[in-house]
Design a protein around this ligand. Structure first.
Ligand SMILES: *Cc1c(COP(=O)(O)O)cnc(C)c1O
Length: 388
């Protein structure tokens, strides 16, 4: 057969089946694996034979998920962690040493910001922020000690878009590792490695699961970098549960379908909101009014499922809007089949000072919608009644 396409790989890549010849992969809910004799066990520990030893190191369910994710992201190998934040933390902790420096886009997930500002400095690792689309700024911020350039595109929750190809060129020229949090796009919409990224990171908790059931994180890269990550993770223990890997591997089978629907519904909702009198502005990567729509369309095949907008009237208006929603869930997750609304200024970003929120584009009236898979008219009717 010719080279299989990603929709097919997400369904057909699988670990070896047992003598039962199961069609769907069974759940290997086991903490460890047994050996034929002392020699077999010795050889497994020295990597002379390939064998699962202990589920902190590897597990067939986790392997299947990683094989699929490496194929979807066009990387050589991948590693799984218990949460998305464990994937972000493990990447930096495995690859950096005291004295190393990070250059990051200012528009990053709240907990990632906390790692940079409150945790890594304890170990002598410092970070400088650059405004999301300030390409000269990135170049200027890179110093001899800079090891990693880090960004999210689209960013959470501001939906900033950064030109991956352009940053990829800067990183190549300067010899720094280029790391992308690809959570909002998923490999269906954007493959950062194609644009020069060395590492793509996911919170699998979001679209990869897509149904709000499990937490997980995935790191995709070259074999060489994944070996380094494995060297750190085997002993520090951020492993993904086999159960979560089993859920996530099944979820990948429908990822393309779900993402297509999230995108078409979100685009339609964004267009309708743009024409609504109670709204100041709407941000969505594939709306013509997005300042970087051309870059979004160059590197993504769809705008994703997240829409952000500002209700007229500031903080109180934003909170009132949330209180009036009936169908939408008020919960901090996103990428779910259920539509979700959040108000970042009073929740995820409430600990930032107003000036800091301003810098990352989080105004007081900003509302973030994760458009789900319910009927579009039911989604719209709920938004309309809450805005009226
Ligand atoms: C949710 C999220 C994370 C963290 O993932 P968890 O699975 O919640 O630990 C990291 N980056 C982005 C962009 C996210 O949305």
């Amino acid at each position: 057969m010719s080279k299989l396409r990603t929709e097919t790989l997400a369904i057909r890549l699988q670990t070896e089946r047992s003598a039962q010849r199961e069609h769907s992969v069974p759940l290997y809910l086991t903490s460890s694996f047994t050996f034929e004799n002392a020699e077999h066990m010795r050889a497994a520990f020295t990597d002379e034979v390939e064998a699962n030893i202990y589920s902190r190191y590897s597990n067939p369910n986790v392997d299947e998920l990683l094989t699929k994710m490496a194929a979807l992201e066009e990387g050589e190998a991948a590693w799984a962690t218990a949460t998305g934040m464990a994937a972000v933390f493990t990447t930096f902790a495995a690859l950096l040493s005291a004295g190393d420096h990070i250059v990051s886009s200012r528009s990053v997930f709240g907990s990632t910001h906390n790692l940079f500002v409150n945790i890594f400095p304890k170990w002598g690792i410092t970070t400088d922020y650059v405004d999301a689309a300030d390409y000269e700024g990135y170049e200027k911020a890179i110093r001899p000690e800079t090891k990693i350039l880090y960004l999210e595109t689209p960013s959470n929750p501001g939906l900033d878009i950064i030109d991956l190809e352009r940053i990829g060129e800067i990183c190549k020229r300067k010899g720094v590792l280029f790391v992308v949090d690809n959570c909002f796009a998923t490999p269906v919409l954007q493959k950062p490695i194609r644009f020069g990224a060395h590492i793509s990171i996911h919170s699998a908790t979001k679209y990869l699961d897509g149904q709000g059931r499990v937490l997980g994180g995935i790191i995709i890269s070259t074999q060489e970098i994944v070996d380094k990550i494995e060297g750190f993770a085997r002993h520090s223990g951020p492993a993904m549960s086999p159960f979560n890997a089993w859920v996530l591997s099944k979820s990948l089978e429908t990822l393309h379908l779900r993402i297509d629907k999230h995108c078409s519904q979100a685009l339609e909702i964004a267009k309708r909101l743009e024409n609504h009198p109670a709204i100041d502005w709407v941000k969505y990567p594939f709306l013509d009014s997005h300042p970087d729509v051309a870059i979004a369309k160059k590197q993504m095949t769809g705008g994703g499922g997240i829409v952000s907008f500002q209700v007229k009237g500031g903080l109180e208006a934003g909170r009132n809007f949330l209180d009036k929603l009936e169908l939408f869930s008020l919960t901090p997750n996103l990428g779910d089949s259920r539509s979700i609304a959040t108000h970042p200024a009073s929740t995820t970003h409430s600990r930032l000072k107003p000036e800091e929120r301003e810098l990352v584009g989080i105004s007081d009236g900003l509302v973030r919608l994760s458009i789900g898979l319910e009927h579009i008219e039911d989604i719209w009717e709920d938004l309309e009644q809450a805005l009226s």
